[in-house]
Design a protein around this ligand. Structure first.
Ligand code: DGT
Ligand code: CA
Ligand code: CA
Ligand code: ZN
Length: 607
């Protein structure tokens, strides 16, 4: 069982207990255990094999150790199951709605017996929520918005969840051995979308081995995957099933001769395929999941690789992330495709948190984990004081943190740690820290964490004010969206991007799979305007640093190239690319001098 899964069961138990009116201490202990597991670098399953080790974890006593072991053993937890006899399971979906916590859900249940999203929607539409204690007209409106998001996202999964399942499943299928040569994810997962509706996998067999008998025994093996809840289809060369977490999987089994054609077809998008087929027809070919063939003779022209098929169609190879029919086919015909940024281009990570605010690891732990990833530098961006729930730092603590970062650098960790802060943008658009403190940071990142439902015009002014502040260098998670949970703030993106360009402010592509913000279309708008991008994980644990690949994928979907990404540059180039600090003439000189000193003392390849 994965940590995430155990954490989910604990969190749901906490929420159900709170709905049930349990004492704070009781449900908080489950909540804390869930949080702990969420940030745990080791596998809880392995750890729990040794009960003593389990109990060494902070906040895990005898009782919680028992609960965790029960969950690992049975896949569920008896108390959660018991509470779900009292309340419908759908009540958990209400908790998923943005702006509804257990207290409000409990009240809705008590007052209206509302236990499903549909029931809640009806009550809200009838205007019955506004008179309820703790609600009001505005919150009625917000609940309806949250329901709209929920409906749109129902049945879709975050990319990291889908990817993890795809890997487990691929490992299971590969274990069958010969004649399986490869298991390849396709569909939206391969295109790097932020959410996946269902998982599409291709199983490739050695030449001449796709006999009905072989396919049948492989299909049977696939259907033995332990997490399958229900088989949906079991056909000639396809099996479909539903996993216990609700994710649907389509697996196709084929011979390697037509791998390229199948990969192209099942990677999609559908719109890309349609345009590609049109082009094939215009050139006298047909294109389907088996081959690119001549119209008359059905003679295959290309089928083994995608590269061959694109080439026969007079196109450069189109990376999967671009296959959305938004101009990529024309660009490929004109040899004008972008040279997309790659994970291996990344030289540093410019947003992460430490124990100073709401992160779980220390300065050095984050630095050393980042060094392991091959980075040259990181920026530590603990929250500022307005974000009290995250233990944000005031001016005094920020100065202390800067000192600690300097001390860490003095230890020659083999990676440069930049002192930064995720400075909160207040309701007025002002920044949450004094200028004197901002001036001492190596990088100033600003983000919004409050008053997210402001009117469009007001929100635009607020962000413009933040960008116009001479200390602002990067805007973090610029639209505030949470994937599958919360829509972007309403504002005029074009004006914001124009301002970012004008002031040399970088827009972040937040790589956390929960955010992926800016998203692809906004990144492309930014690129068209010449706005620089940073791709950063917003890690709250050392493990969180691994999310970089999702951000890179999203950037690729936004046609972003290495040259557009400031943290794909060397430290020296990064510092030169950032907006100069107010009164930077002396800083500039100092920076140039120290940069050349570094160069002469320690030569290293730069880009
Ligand atoms: P999803 O599952 O909603 O995240 O998105 P996709 O893109 O994975 O869509 P899905 O699973 O329905 O289909 C996988 C790929 O198979 C799709 O990207 C293109 C291809 N495909 C499926 N159905 C059709 C179809 O009717 N026509 C064409 N041209 N392609 C299709
Ligand atoms: Ca799919
Ligand atoms: Ca599918
Ligand atoms: Zn933030």
């Amino acid at each position: 069982m994965e940590n995430r899964e155990v954490a989910r069961i604990l969190r749901e138990t906490a929420q159900l207990l709170e709905i049930d009116g349990a004492m704070i201490a009781r449900y908080r202990s489950y909540e804390r255990a869930a949080e702990l597991l969420g940030g745990l670098p080791q596998s809880i399953e392995e750890l729990a094999e040794d009960r003593a080790k389990l109990m060494e974890l902070p906040g895990i006593g005898e009782g919680m150790a028992d609960h965790i072991q029960e969950i690992l053993k049975t896949g569920d937890y008896s108390l959660r199951a018991k509470l779900l006899k009292k309340y419908p399971e759908t009540i958990l979906q209400l908790l998923d709605l943005q702006s509804l916590g257990p207290k409000k859900v409990a009240l809705l249940w008590k007052t209206f017996k509302a236990g499903t999203v549909e029931q809640l929607e009806k009550i809200a539409r009838e205007g019955k929520l506004r008179d309820l204690a703790g609600f009001g007209e505005k919150s009625e409106e917000n609940i309806l918005k949250a329901i709209a998001v929920h409906k749109k996202s129902a049945g879709r999964f975050h990319v990291d969840v889908a990817e993890e399942k795809a890997e487990e499943l691929a490992a299971h299928i590969r274990a069958f051995g010969k004649p399986i040569e490869a298991v390849t994810p396709t569909g939206s997962l391969r295109r790097g979308k932020e959410t996946v509706g269902d998982l599409d996998l291709l199983v490739t067999l050695s030449s001449g081995k796709n006999t009905p008998k072989a396919i049948e025994s492989i299909s049977r093996h696939i259907l033995e995957f332990p997490e399958i809840d229900q088989t949906l289809a079991h056909g000639e060369n396809k099996v479909s099933f539903l996993l216990k977490n609700g994710l649907q999987v389509d697996v196709r089994i084929l011979e390697k001769e037509s791998f390229g054609a199948a990969l192209l077809y099942f990677t999609g998008s559908k719109e890309h395929n349609v345009t590609l087929r049109g082009r094939a027809n215009d050139m006298g070919y047909t294109l389907n999941e088996y081959a690119l063939a001549t119209l008359k003779g059905e003679r295959p022209v290309a089928r083994a690789t995608e590269e061959e098929i694109y080439a026969k169609l007079g196109l450069d190879y189109i990376p999967p992330e671009l296959r959305e029919n938004t101009g990529e086919i024309d660009a490929a015909a004109k040899h004008e495709l972008p040279d997309l940024v790659e994970l291996s281009d990344m030289r540093g990570d410019l947003q992460m948190h430490t124990t100073a605010s709401d992160g779980r690891n220390s300065i050095e732990e984050m630095a050393l984990a980042a060094k392991e990833l091959g980075y040259e530098y990181i920026a530590l961006t603990d929250h500022s004081k307005a974000v009290t729930v995250a233990n944000g730092l005031d001016e005094k603590r920020t100065l202390e943190q800067i000192k600690k970062i300097h001390a860490a650098n003095a230890k020659h960790l083999g990676i440069r740690v930049l002192a930064s802060s995720e400075v909160d943008v207040l309701k007025s658009g002002k920044l949450d820290l004094d200028d004197e403190v901002l001036a001492q940071l190596d990088i100033v990142l600003v983000s919004i964490h409050s008053y997210m439902t402001m009117a469009r015009a007001e929100m635009t002014e607020r962000i413009l004010a933040a960008i116009e502040n001479p200390y602002t260098q990067i805007v973090g998670h610029p639209t505030g969206r949470l994937v599958l949970r919360r829509e972007a703030y309403a504002y005029d993106m074009e004006r914001i991007l124009d301002a970012a360009r004008e002031h040399g402010v970088v827009m972040e592509c937040n790589a956390s799979p929960e955010r992926l913000d800016l998203k692809d279309t906004h990144l492309r708008m930014a690129k068209e305007r010449g706005v620089q991008i940073s791709i950063s994980t917003d890690a709250h644990t050392t493990r969180g640093l691994l999310a970089m690949r999702y951000g890179v994928q999203m950037a690729r979907r936004g046609w972003i190239e290495k040259k557009d990404v400031i943290n794909a540059h060397s430290l020296e180039k990064l510092l030169a690319a950032l907006r100069p600090k107010p009164g930077a003439a002396t800083h500039e000189k100092h920076r140039a001098a120290s940069a050349s000193a570094r160069r002469s003392s320690k030569p290293r390849g730069t880009n």
